[in-house]
Structure formats: structure tokens, C-alpha cells
Design a protein around this ligand. Structure first.
Ligand SMILES: [Zn+2]
Length: 108
């Protein structure tokens, strides 16, 4: 498909791109291994990086976007998820917890 733009060395929010890391599952977009300022490495879909959708390993997003953007975030990341990203998992857990509070009969 389209040739990926080389964004090695670029910084997006808390993430600095270390190197290309294959292809994001399900999307065909380039995935990039990034180092977060917190010291954690994470692989992110390049599209999410360039759009500044993903700007940390999840440590920042958890605080910032869960409150305002849970449903939208779940749509973006929950569709297929981004391997190596904790964001969709975090959101999933948060949503599950919230859901269980009000609906114990939801699928376990
Ligand atoms: Zn981090």
C-alpha cells in the first residue's frame, strides 16, 4: 500500500518515535515503536500519532480523555485496538467498571 512517512525521531505529545514497528493490525497503517516520557515503550498506529489522538503510552490519556471522551475513544480504539497500546484496554476496563455499577447482567 502507500509508503509510510518516516516519522522516526518525531515527538508527539509524550511519545518519541523510536522506529517503525510493522503494521497496525486491521488498519494497514504503519505502526511505530515509541518511547513515552514515563519510560514505557508502546507501539502506536502512525495515524493516531500524526493526528495527535495518541500522545502517550496511556499514562496521559487515562487522565485526560477518559472523562471527556470515553465513548468516542472506545469507538476509535475499540474497533480493532492498537496492539501495544494500553489505551483501548484502559477504556475498556473503565467502561466495564462503570457498566457493572449499573448493570450487573451485562455480559461478563
Ligand atoms: Zn507513559
Amino acid at each position: 500500500m502507500a509508503k509510510a512517512i518516516d516519522i522516526t525521531g518525531h515527538t508527539y505529545g509524550r511519545l518519541t518515535v523510536i522506529r517503525r514497528n510493522g503494521v497496525a493490525p486491521g488498519t494497514g497503517a504503519a505502526a511505530w515503536l515509541c518511547l513515552c516520557v514515563c519510560g514505557k515503550e508502546t507501539t502506536v498506529n502512525g495515524y493516531f500519532l500524526r493526528k495527535l489522538i495518541t500522545t502517550s503510552c496511556g499514562c496521559a490519556q487515562r487522565a485526560a480523555s477518559i472523562k471527556s471522551n470515553v465513548k468516542r475513544g472506545a469507538t476509535i480504539f475499540g474497533r480493532r485496538g492498537v496492539r501495544g497500546s494500553n489505551i483501548d484496554l484502559d477504556i475498556h476496563i473503565e467502561r466495564k467498571m462503570a457498566r457493572e455499577d449499573e448493570d450487573d447482567e451485562a455480559q461478563s
